[in-house]
Write a protein that binds this ligand. Sequence first.
Ligand code: HEM
Length: 262
Amino acid sequence: METQRSARKNDTAESGSDLSEQIKAATKDNHVRAENTQLMLSYQKGQITLPQYKTRWYSPGGLCQVLLCSLYVIYRALEEELDRNCSHPAVAPIYFPQELARLETLERDLEHFLGSDWRDRVIVPAATQRYEQRLREIGRENPELLVAHAYTRYLGDLSGGQVLGKITQKSLGLSSREGLSFFSFPGVTSPHRFKQLYRGRMNSVELTEPERAAVLGEAVAAFELNIQVFDDLQKMLSVVAEAADQSEDGVPKARAPVLQVT
Ligand code: HEM
């Protein structure tokens, strides 16, 4: 009995009773897995381009561009659903379009990398479409679960995402901020202080116990969806690179089956 009570006390001490602490504890292992996907490891090493000749029939070409395409589809769904549900009691406290919205930044970056016809050149794998469908579904049926998705993406962008932005700038040799809008948050003066504010707002969301459990489960699912997107993008790039290697002129002969145009 005493042992059980201490164990419970330890659990509470580790994850606290605030949603922001519980969600961080619930997704800790998933965060480690996401950080260690092949795609994120390549990104951290600055390996974010593919030789142009290998991908000239394919647009977008490098890791950075294919990632931006998927992020565009994901943020379009996330932000349309947040906008539509902005007065829902679970969404209103964490609704910060001025400070956080990424859709326009992604549109600008994609135009920079892919040209004015970028909308016709956006390519995403099946996992990105599943992620998008999940966001649409919860936006329609369980808007309180959007908290989990907003947390996973926005707090990630304000944390490790800032490091990825610096790597992108250095690896692509970009001297201006062009092509880097996604990583920049002009409305957030201090990411550290903003994250504290955001956590406070998350903690103010009133949830029943079953809803709280569902939000924690959805945050784990959100990390898994990101991992699946990274794995699919990795496969997509490997297939393109292999096809190019096997062809005589460096031009892939067949479209990779995982590619889907949105
Ligand atoms: C927080 C690094 C990928 C979501 C953080 C923090 C770091 C970090 C240093 C701050 C931890 C703290 O303040 O205690 C990285 C690196 C990544 C990566 C280096 C990959 C190269 C991801 C991915 C996601 C993600 C793929 C989700 C899609 C988050 C979230 C937080 C966070 C939600 C906030 C945790 C909290 O304070 O509750 N990350 N991360 N990260 N990261 Fe990542």
